[in-house]
Design a protein around this ligand. Sequence first.
Ligand code: FMN
Length: 362
Amino acid sequence: MPDASEFQTLHEVVKAARANVPDGPWDYLVGAAETETTVLRNRFAIDSLALRPRVLHDVRMIDCTSKFLGQTMRLPVFVAPMGSVQMLDASAGLGLAKGAEQFGVTSFLSSTASPGLEAVAAACKGPKIFQLYVRGDLAWVEDYVRRAIAGGFHAFCITVDTALYGRRERDVIKRFVPIARRAMTGADFQASISWDLVKWFKDKFQLPLILKGIATAEDAITAVEHGVEVIYVSNHGGRQLDQGVGSLDVLPEVLDAVRGKADVIVDGGFMRGTDVLKGIALGAKAVGLGRVCGFGLGAAGEAGVRRVLELMEIEIRTAMGLLGVTRVDQINQRHVRAAPPIRIPNTLKSAFPHLDLNEGRY
Ligand SMILES: Cc1cc2nc3c(=O)[nH]c(=O)nc-3n(C[C@H](O)[C@H](O)[C@H](O)COP(=O)(O)O)c2cc1C
């Protein structure tokens, strides 16, 4: 396994991950649903914004920290929930959680990531959120909530964009079945959940609730009416509904609808420090990192995840200084403007143009 501290760019992390991760899990990580239009639109949306620098400000002291759900985070980012990551590295969900903890940001633990809620809770005392796919009845959900509370998770996330499992054709074509799908039960529950579940949760528990996978103003308004604390704008990294809108393009309509009555966070295609700043400039409270942390995990386990976040910090600090700001809360809509993207979107090449796609199979 490479020494993660040797990675000087995120490019090197991606390259090392590709060298370590076999073809099946690699395509599971980078792939998306059907024509992969949604995932490409995630990049297209990010690449269609340019940054507007302000000069002649003293930027010797730059503070990249930010607050989310009462926790101070070293960067305005969090590690998005990812399941079946045991296919990328044996440390799996624990590697993601520990990498985030060591660096100093919140991570989401997926209900389909090993080694499971209690093991991660015991090994990782940093800020963490539990994410559930609802695959059982209310008693089953309640059991998870109580275990998450007992394990010190400070919020509970229900993923709501997965009523049916997206057709990820890279996997289907190879007849590759990711670990979490192999013994999957409860698909009917997942298809049946409705706003009644949200009402039930809010009536019963104090733990802040996050709905992950909101992609319209209409659903954001309903979520606010139900008292949901955090609206998580996401299209699951383009892995669920194909032909969707890019996440960053959805963010303004959701923020407009929510009008400050809930925190709004976002993920989808954010791979570089400047990407994160665009999300923050448009008004996200924090930006989720999925695949890019998966690359860190695949490259060097928890140390790789930590290194991804360190490199992200270098990029964010540099960009903040060049934008003329010293605090995250100084970044606003005046720091971005629409601009034509300069590349045809590509899941990897858009963010990592120096990867030589001929050198290995990306
Ligand atoms: C390998 C992988 C596994 C994922 N597993 C889950 C999961 O278990 N639960 C969930 O809510 N989202 C899951 N997602 C979606 C991510 O949480 C996130 O929404 C998405 O990856 C963000 O896009 P990005 O990868 O472009 O950053 C997964 C994504 C990937 C790439």
